[in-house]
Write a protein that binds this ligand. Structure first.
Ligand SMILES: Cc1cc2nc3c(=O)[nH]c(=O)nc-3n(C[C@H](O)[C@H](O)[C@H](O)COP(=O)(O)O)c2cc1C
Length: 396
């Protein structure tokens, strides 16, 4: 069956859900044009500001399960973006361009937004609070007394957002911070009240630290060597935040955070996202990662008999509602899993079972029902999908 991958992101028609998030694959026009060759429907520029600051180097550090960076915004003047980088980004491709921009005050943001629209941006994205902002500004302006970023007061950002929204006709989306861990619903309401046409959730978490143990030096430059955490480590948290945003407001969501495979992207759509953003995966695996994820999404939909992303969008929200309506909010009765012929006898499940409830018999895992606690660990660690089936997780 042919699969329709197109999505409607706040009126912007995208040929597929894959968006290259603001990062170093969108740091200039030539790189954006190169990334377009790998199939994403849209790319979001690095944050364009009126007064760019240089990057603090080294600015990247790969950590177990994630990535740290000290990058804050573009290093190029806004005028260069409008005159050179955006036209270059468009050359030879049909990728939509979303301009991410920030001002120090509402009027400055509105002015940048007007310039971006005049330069042909398809959409604008306004970021909120960056968790490693203080690290970078402290390095650039050591004499300034800088406060820690504030994740609780939506009002100053909402004023900035509204100024942008009131200035342009193209859609404007809010880019949330990973710092909105416990109040993302409040921010979602504030963003929609300020006129947001969509929400991109989210930017990095942190800040985090990684140390070179040969020298004791942090791997990153900057006063304390800390940076924003992105990549797989943040995905479960951001996925939960996306689900909460989807429960709270009706505007389309870009699910961004730790996507490294089509499976992550599908999870975001099931949690309610309309499109999916990714940066780190491309930085650590190369631009071909975007194409691989896009192909994987298409194959997943086709293999499961889905005709479009609409078929799975918000599926998890519905499943969660069913937990309530089917009285499955708290299962305390043990239902042991079953093992089938897909088991290849690797024995990992038996080694990790903390209840000592799995034995290997003739190179096959056997669940000891009287010892099984129904914890689900074996199902999750098994490298052969479908070899251990857990009735809890089957659709009602
Ligand atoms: C190197 C790098 C630079 C980034 N620069 C920006 C930026 O300029 N503006 C912004 O809003 N987000 C920026 N981000 C955040 C990403 O757009 C994205 O929200 C975040 O990395 C989470 O997605 P990921 O786990 O797929 O990387 C940057 C991320 C990375 C890794």
């Amino acid at each position: 069956m042919a699969v329709d991958l197109s999505v409607n992101l706040a009126g912007l028609k995208l040929k597929n859900p894959v968006i290259v998030a603001a990062g170093n694959h969108t740091h200039d026009g030539a790189t954006m044009a190169r990334v377009a060759q790998w199939g994403p429907a849209a790319a979001i520029t690095k944050t364009i500001v009126a007064q760019p600051v240089p990057d603090i180097l080294p600015c990247f550090a790969q950590v177990n399960g994630g990535f740290l960076n000290t990058v804050l915004s573009t290093v190029y003047p806004a005028q260069q973006w409008w005159e050179k980088e955006l036209p270059e980004a468009r050359r030879g491709n049909d990728m939509a361009i979303i301009v991410n921009l920030a001002g120090r005050w509402p009027e400055e943001a509105a002015e940048l937004a007007a310039q971006a629209e005049a330069a042909g941006a398809d959409m604008i994205e306004v970021p909120t609070v960056c968790p490693h902002m203080k690290e970078i500004l402290e390095a650039m302006f050591p004499d300034l007394e800088l406060a820690q970023p504030v994740f609780t007061d939506c009002a100053p950002w909402a004023a900035m957002f509204k100024a942008v929204k009131d200035t342009v006709k193209i859609p404007v989306v809010a880019k949330f911070s990973g710092g909105f861990l416990h109040n993302v619903k409040d921010w979602a309401r504030a963003a929609v009240d300020a006129g947001a046409d969509g929400i991109d959730c989210c930017d990095s978490l942190g800040p985090g630290l990684s140390i070179n143990i040969e020298t004791g030096e942090p791997w990153l430059g900057g006063p304390r060597g800390v940076g924003g955490l992105t990549g797989p480590a943040i995905k479960p948290i951001v996925l939960r935040m996306v689900m909460e945003v989807a429960e709270t407001v009706k505007v389309p969501i870009i699910g961004t955070g730790g996507i490294t495979s089509y499976k992550d992207a599908v999870e975001y759509v099931m949690a309610g996202a309309t499109a999916v953003g990714m940066a780190t995966v491309g930085h650590v695996r190369g631009m071909e990662a975007y194409k691989k994820i896009l192909n994987g999404i298409e194959n997943f939909l086709a293999d499961h008999g889905y005709s479009s992303l609409e078929d799975i969008r918000g599926l998890t929200l519905r499943r969660i509602k069913e937990r309530r309506t089917h009285n499955r909010m708290a299962i305390t009765r043990v239902i042991p899993p079953t093992v089938n012929d897909l088991c290849n006898g690797c024995g990992l499940c038996a080694r990790v079972c903390v209840f000592d409830a799995i034995e290997m018999v003739d190179k096959r895992a056997v669940i000891l029902n009287d010892k099984c606690y129904g914890c689900g660990l074996c199902v999750n660690v098994c490298g052969r999908p479908g070899a251990i089936l857990q009735p809890y997780f089957e659709a009602a």
